[in-house]
Design a protein around this ligand. Sequence first.
Ligand SMILES: Nc1ncnc2c1ncn2[C@@H]1O[C@H](COP(=O)(O)OP(=O)(O)OP(=O)(O)O)[C@@H](O)[C@H]1O
Ligand SMILES: [Mg+2]
Ligand SMILES: [Zn+2]
Length: 452
Amino acid sequence: MYQLIEEVPYEFRLVGEGAANCVFEVLGYPPDPTHSCLQGNLLRVAKAGKKSYGHDEIQAYWESVVRPLFRPDDLVRQQLVKLGGRRIVSRLNAVLENEESTRRVDFRGTRVAEAEYGMLVEDMRQRRPGDLTLEFKPKWLVQSPTAPPTATRCRNCAREVLKKCQRQPPPPSRQQQSTGNAEASQEEHEGETTILCPLNFIACATSADSLATLLAHLLPRCNPPRLGPIPRSVSAASAPASAAAASSSSLSLQHDRLSRWLQTNTLLPRLRAAQLTCSSSSSPSLLFSLPSPPASSSSCRPFPTALSPPSPGRETPHLHRPPSPPASSPSLLAAHAPPPGPPARPGDAGAFAGEAAESLALAMTLRDCTCFIRIPADPSQPVEAKLADLDRKRGDVKLSYWQKTERELIEGGFYFDQRAVEAGVAVDCWLGRLKTLLERGEDGAGGGGGGG
Ligand SMILES: Nc1ncnc2c1ncn2[C@@H]1O[C@H](COP(=O)(O)OP(=O)(O)OP(=O)(O)O)[C@@H](O)[C@H]1O
Ligand SMILES: [Mg+2]
Ligand SMILES: [Zn+2]
């Protein structure tokens, strides 16, 4: 294992940070083989004061649980690195202090933890100046197994509306949640911009509308960003380049390649399949096993119609009993078996609970990862798309937060249209349309591929 050495005059530059980690570029090391593994990699280190697992545990989990779910090229490569002493951490913190004014406001003041290990992660930034790069969180590509069976919003859209609701009007003295939940803080930050239904990542394979929605969301976030207006109703492949974008035919070609990748990639469907697999049948019982919190713990007012069916025959959500699995859309909504792992001993309730908890934690890991895409300026080079930030989640710390969120979504009626209308939020959720598209696809496959 590589170890950073205090005596080496590394030059550290801050590349990015999230709620739990800081990522640095490492320069200034001698060009000898000792340091060759720094080439093409970035240094990822944990922030202080977080309840996350250490990087040694995160790496062991990634190797044994996460990596087997994917193909080698699907994942950003990562390896442990020894930080080699307090002085290295002090130097990293000096960089953060220097960069304070350029950091995201809610991250300012956070520092690198004094830990034994960090991680070297494959650098997914531009290799050459003309490369197009993009990062996004695919989030929940499958409906929550505990959502009401007749929900009209996916879990992500439901949560976006909840957050809007929580923000308006802003509570007088709002404090950060003590869980320091990464999902909450990052999404709140992103919530200032457009809401994207993540089901578009699946729907875009067969829907031009969905593809246009995705491109409108992603192209301005590319590096370099698209300049000029974004066509809403045509795919980038057939869109005329704007005057500014036309200045670079290479950029236009890269946008076409991104569009094609979105339609044909197998990475996000594979992520979705993994999310489905570990949406364990035992997760619903786990999510619903705690007593309801006192009414005052919810920051949203109760939504009366959530408990009275909007359409005849809708099941009333019972928080101590998981909703029965939906009959109509198994591929979208069904709960699934736990992932492979140590079998529970017969009659061992603790082991069963542990397995359910592991399954839920893995599901949360798969819902919080980041996808990096790099489209080289050189059209003969392949598009690279890889998942990162597949960190083990502290289910023991976060379970009550996950339960509280799901309860708020269900009790508040956020899985249904009406709540979004009330909150004045325009949400273009693909839950219903994706179900139709997938059913059509399944029919097509069942019919022997006969037709149009
Ligand atoms: N392999 C990589 N290549 C290029 N940039 C990276 C890489 N890994 C991380 N980054 C940059 O650093 C930022 C933070 O990294 P990371 O996602 O690992 O932190 P985190 O604290 O786990 O984030 P989150 O709050 O989303 O969980 C990323 O958003 C990205 O901009
Ligand atoms: Mg993370
Ligand atoms: Zn949605």
